[in-house]
Every structure is written in structure tokens, then in C-alpha cells.
Design a protein around this ligand. Structure first.
Ligand code: MN
Ligand code: MN
Length: 462
């Protein structure tokens, strides 16, 4: 009889215990930390990916064997031709590059109490209090009426000023302390402090005819935007300006075994999938890797997974590479990973997890067979056959992995892009490393999970 009839997940640090492997783990993490620190929006991520794809010889030429296409600079899909024909199935890895943040409103600028401020509208699932009293940065683009695109990034260079949303002092918080969290922190109070100097022009009364004179502090900000970027207030309507946590991602823990930083959901999968894609250059099956936008708000819009971008691109590809093949067959025969992070068990909130069915940091990437909430509502569930095939692949390669659900039944839930690809009939499952503090300004992941996830993606794409 087989002596390992009981299953026990393996800790990645035990699996990769040699000095050489530990070195590789930390080297990969260093690269990841640099990536995380420089890519904080979906546009920045797509720009970074595009630059590296072009370096690697990829082009927007669908007839070439190394091809990529972008959608509005916010979603990118890349493909590398495999040895076998498309009808034998392609391998798809999809992750998302958008992250929870605070967007500037359409009319952001105002002043109150002789301070200049900006109003925001949050994007994705945030816990509002986590964004108070911490250094923030402004990233994004403003497109002028003539089409010129101005890129903005303030608060990352150590010489830059940062922005902040001030929190209430404890001395006056007695009443707030008694409120429910959802009542105590209001979206309309997520207003970013921009400045405290009045416009000199308005101050000297030089420009008395101008109504802006009454708003001396807001006017000062408009003057700065004009001097530095040539922007006028109307330009802010055609802008995508995002407030994100300022500063670098970091090694975390006394042993430096963790990564702390903003946007790891889901840029850890973007990074791991992209590293894997660049490393596996001679695939059996055609490889498709796609980084979506808008996952955090339900995959809506022209750049989300509900759009037809992937389908259209795949059809272009089939027409160019194998005109006699039916594109719907290619989609149906595909095997896919919905590469996304998993909410691992938090030592302080263990009661919200089913310990038996939760994931742990350090035990490798997590399969989440289904997502959704309540009675599996809104989920896409992978077939038993597909899970069997995948676990055999990872076991054969000696890569640690775990199988888990998200939290206790009826304690919450969530969804990913999996169900939007499952509609084609392809096999797909959620798969990615665990994180703690998901959606917070400083999410935490394990370096060994990043390493094992990257190896797992390589195995899948090989
Ligand atoms: Mn995610
Ligand atoms: Mn998320």
C-alpha cells in the first residue's frame, strides 16, 4: 500500500532549503520589490510590461510568433507560438494589474479652512481608515484637449512632497469611537490635502477682477499645475489621477522572508506570470498571458475581463496563424489559470477562516476551486478532472502547492476573472500565492510563495 495516503501540504522553506535555492528566492524577491515599487497603476504596469516585451523581441504584429496587443494602455495580452497547433489547446494565464485606490473626482479641487484639497472617489474594496494619516502619492495621466498626454507622478522621489488625508485627533473622537466602522469613516471625507499657501497674485489683489481670487488656496494649486505641467482646470476632466500609498515596497519580517507593499493583489501574479512567460521560450502549446484592468470593480468595461478583447485578439491570432482552425475550438480546448492572490489565514482573525480549508503563507501557491459567496453564488468551479491534471503536474515537478477556500462559508466572499473565461468552455481555476492584509496599503506576501508560484506558472506554460 502507498504509505503517503494522508495529504499534508509542504512548507516551501523546507522544500527549498539549500543555500542555492534560498539565494534564488531572495533574488527573485528583490526584482519583484523593484517592480512593485515602480508600477502602482495599471497603466504603469502595462508600460513596464510593454518595454520588456519589446526588449524580448515581441511586436504588435499578429503574424509574428511573438506577439502582443494592448487595450487602451491598461490591459495587455501576449502570445508565443507553441510547437503544436492551436486546436490542441493553448495555455492561458490571466492576472489583473488594477488595484484598489482613490481616484480624483471629476471636480477634485476646492479649498476649506484656508487649505487646498482634492476630493476622491474610491476604486475597489478599501477599508477607508487605512488611507488616513499616511504618506500618499499622485499617479496618473491628464490628456489635454489637443490630445497631448501628461504623465504625473508626485510623491515617490524622496525629494518630492507627499500628500495626505488627515485623520481625526483622538481628543475629539469620543463620538466617532462609538460608531460602527462603516459609519465612522465616510467616503466624502477621503479628501486629500494639497497645500497651505495662498496665490500670491490673489493675495496682492493684483487680479481683483478674477473670481478665483476668492479661492486663494485652490488658485495656488491651479497655478502650480499650470507652471509645472501646462494644465488648466478643465484638463482635469480628461484625466485619470489616482492616489496610491507613497514609497517603496520592502522586505518584511526580522528574517526578511516576506514582502510588504501596495498592490500585491494582483501584481504578484502579474510579475510571476510575466517572469515565467519570458523564461519559457520553447513551449509545446501556444502560451497566452493577459493582464486585465477593472478586476477590482467586477471586470467591467472595455479593458476588463468581461470585454471581448481577449476573444477578438485570439480570433486575429487564429486567422493569422492557422486560418483553417475554428477560433471557438481554440477557446474551448484552452487550459487556463486565473492567476490571483488568495486571502491566507491571519493569526489574529483565525475565527473567520475554516482552518481545515484555509491557506497559509509559505506553503506555495493556492488552488481555489471555486469562489463566490453564500451557496457558491457567482462562482466558476473547476472540474475534478482539471484539478487532477494540475496537481499531477505540480507534484511531478516537486513544487509545493495548497488547496483552500476563502474564509468560512457565509462569512463573506469574492470573485475573480475565472468565470468570464469559463463561459467559453475552457478549463480554468483560480491559482496564486496567499497574502495577508489584502487590499490594504501594505499587503504582505511570502518570498517563497512568489518563487514557487513563478515555478508553477513556468511548468504550466512549458
Ligand atoms: Mn485579485
Ligand atoms: Mn482584489
Amino acid at each position: 500500500m502507498q504509505n503517503n495516503i494522508a495529504h499534508k501540504p509542504r512548507n516551501g522553506w523546507d522544500v527549498y532549503a539549500s543555500e542555492d535555492e534560498r539565494k534564488k528566492i531572495h533574488e527573485l524577491a528583490d526584482k519583484y520589490i523593484d517592480f512593485l515599487s515602480s508600477c502602482k497603476t495599471e497603466r504603469e504596469t502595462v508600460n513596464w510590461v510593454r518595454a520588456r516585451l519589446e526588449e524580448a523581441g515581441f511586436a504588435k504584429d499578429v503574424t509574428a510568433p511573438c506577439f502582443f496587443e494592448t487595450a487602451k494602455d491598461k490591459t495587455v495580452v501576449m502570445a508565443r507560438k507553441g510547437r503544436r497547433s492551436l486546436q490542441h489547446g493553448v495555455r492561458i494565464v490571466g492576472a489583473h494589474a488594477d488595484t484598489p485606490r482613490l481616484d480624483f473626482k471629476q471636480h477634485p479641487l476646492y479649498e476649506a479652512c484656508d487649505l487646498a484639497l482634492a476630493k476622491t472617489h474610491y476604486y475597489g474594496g478599501i477599508r477607508k481608515y487605512q488611507w488616513l494619516s499616511r504618506p500618499l502619492a499622485l499617479h496618473g495621466v491628464v490628456v489635454k484637449a489637443d490630445g497631448a498626454c501628461v504623465e504625473i507622478c508626485i510623491g515617490e522621489d524622496p525629494v518630492d512632497p507627499v500628500l495626505v488625508i488627515t485623520d481625526l485627533l483622538p481628543h475629539l473622537a469620543y463620538k466617532q469611537n462609538e460608531q460602527k466602522v462603516s459609519d465612522a469613516f465616510e467616503a466624502e471625507k477621503l479628501n486629500v490635502l494639497l497645500g497651505n499657501t495662498p496665490s500670491a497674485k490673489a493675495e496682492t489683489g493684483e487680479d481683483k477682477s478674477q473670481p478665483e481670487q476668492k479661492e486663494r488656496f485652490k488658485t495656488k494649486i491651479l497655478e502650480l499645475l499650470y507652471q509645472r505641467y501646462g494644465l488648466i482646470e478643465e484638463d482635469l476632466y480628461s484625466a485619470e489621477l489616482q492616489i496610491v500609498p507613497a514609497g517603496q515596497a520592502r522586505s518584511a519580517g526580522l528574517d526578511g522572508s516576506l514582502v510588504g507593499g501596495y498592490g500585491q493583489d494582483d501584481r504578484i501574479c502579474v510579475f510571476a506570470a510575466f517572469e515565467a512567460f519570458l523564461a519559457e521560450t520553447e513551449p509545446e502549446q501556444t502560451q497566452i498571458v493577459i493582464f486585465w484592468d477593472k478586476e477590482e470593480i467586477g471586470s467591467e468595461g472595455a479593458t476588463g475581463a468581461k470585454s471581448l478583447f481577449l476573444e477578438y485578439t485570439l480570433k486575429d491570432l487564429v486567422r493569422a496563424w492557422e486560418p483553417d482552425t475554428d477560433p471557438s475550438l481554440v477557446l474551448r480546448q484552452a487550459r487556463a489559470l486565473s492567476a490571483d492572490v488568495h486571502g491566507s489565514i491571519d493569526p489574529d482573525y483565525q475565527d473567520l477562516h475554516d482552518a481545515l480549508n484555509s491557506s497559509k503563507l509559505g506553503y506555495g501557491p493556492v488552488f481555489c476551486k471555486f469562489t463566490g459567496h453564500r451557496g457558491k453564488v457567482g462562482s466558476s468551479e473547476a472540474t475534478a478532472e482539471y484539478v487532477a491534471w494540475l496537481r499531477n503536474m505540480l507534484n511531478t515537478a516537486g513544487i509545493p502547492w495548497q488547496m483552500a477556500g476563502l474564509g468560512k462559508v457565509d462569512s463573506g466572499g469574492g470573485g475573480t476573472v475565472a468565470k468570464f473565461l469559463a463561459v467559453y468552455g475552457m478549463d480554468i481555476i483560480d491559482f496564486g500565492p496567499g497574502v495577508l492584509g489584502m487590499h490594504s496599503p501594505f499587503e504582505v506576501s511570502s518570498k517563497v510563495d512568489l518563487y514557487a508560484t513563478c515555478l508553477a506558472f513556468r511548468e504550466f506554460l512549458r
